[in-house]
Unconditional design. Structure first.
Length: 231
């Protein structure tokens, strides 16, 4: 039986930063993940709907994912509430909700690139004539993990990330691309991934073994959620 291991990647950063993401924003993102487990490759792809709120110290995501060309699929909501020190997970298909301690301090909520990150791309231009966007790309190394993240050079809006490394001895690589990024938060409550508790989760159970949480520290304050396949 398949178990989806949802990883919310988090890598701690220093206060003296090269750039910081906007304090409130929403975005869509697409991702593609490859994991090698016991010599066999597994693939997953999907879409994210993201809400980031540095004012209330919350990050919310809806994740829709297909695994191995649609052989398995999942749809979940994940909400990290730093003020309440709680993580909420909702299975969108079944409506079941779970919660567990986030085990993060309020000061762990950060949104900046570390000053000791390596700049591997400086104001790289994409586009033509006046319709040009310039990006800065940073490389960061952590135990078992290398991260490349690209942001706009003028306002540090997230554009893309690549993660590679190993989890529990299994090699993986993931690409994430952000699009339709908007400043501020949704004005439609039905689309808001930051509602506490998530709608329908008022009587959520304690975190269940069907979900396995692997916590690293945060990457520039966003939780780049990707899922890997386990048994």
């Amino acid at each position: 039986m398949y178990t989806i291991l949802t990883l919310l990647a988090c890598v701690g950063v220093s206060l003296a930063a090269q750039c910081c993401v906007p304090p409130q924003w929403t975005s869509m993102a697409s991702f593609l993940t490859a994991v090698v487990r016991n010599g066999k490759p597994y693939y997953s792809r999907g879409l994210l709907s993201i809400g980031y709120d540095a004012v209330r110290h919350r990050i919310g995501q809806y994740v829709s994912e297909q695994i191995n060309n649609g052989a398995n699929s999942m749809a979940i909501g994940v909400l990290l509430d730093y003020q309440a020190n709680l993580k909420w997970v909702k299975d969108v298909n079944s409506g079941k909700c779970y919660k567990m301690p986030l085990n993060r301090k309020l000061e762990d909520f950060v949104g900046c690139i570390s000053e000791n990150a390596t700049v591997v791309g400086n104001k790289d231009a994409f586009g033509f004539d006046s319709n040009v966007m310039t990006l800065n790309t940073y490389s960061m190394d952590y135990p078992g993990l290398r991260v490349y993240t690209s942001l706009t050079s003028d306002s540090c809006v997230p554009v893309g990330e690549t993660f590679s490394g190993s989890i529990d001895g299994h090699s993986f690589i993931e690409n994430v691309h952000y699009y339709n990024v908007s400043a501020g938060l949704s004005t439609n409550p039905a689309d808001d991934p930051l509602v506490v508790p998530p709608r329908g989760c008022e009587t959520a159970s304690n975190f269940d073994g069907n979900f396995h949480y692997l916590g690293l520290d945060n990457i520039i304050g966003r939780r780049s959620a990707f899922s890997i396949l386990g048994f």
